[in-house]
Design a protein around this ligand. Structure first.
Ligand SMILES: [Zn+2]
Length: 87
């Protein structure tokens, strides 16, 4: 079944709410407003377009301030400390 997260952006023409769906994140059917979008989802939706159901205008999803670089570290592998994925 299709699990996805939704981001709702405001239509710049009529002020209506437009839903963009992404499968990039954890896909827990979470709804986000345009002010608080996880970076991975914003990157996935950037440039996508949807039609406003109210006024019919085609709206392009535009993500601001996407991080170009993120911090990573190397960790020693510890099999006893591995997170269980059973639940
Ligand atoms: Zn609209």
């Amino acid at each position: 079944m299709g699990m996805f997260d939704s981001v709702y952006v405001i239509c710049p023409k009529c002020g209506g709410s437009i839903e963009f769906q992404s499968k990039a994140g954890e896909c827990l059917c979470t709804n986000y407003t345009q002010d608080q979008v996880p970076a991975i989802i914003a990157a996935d939706l950037d440039g996508d377009s949807e039609f406003c159901h109210l006024c019919g205008e085609e709206i392009v999803f535009c993500a601001f301030s996407l991080p170009e670089f993120v911090s990573c570290v190397g960790l020693q592998y510890d099999p006893d400390n591995e997170e269980s994925e059973d639940d």
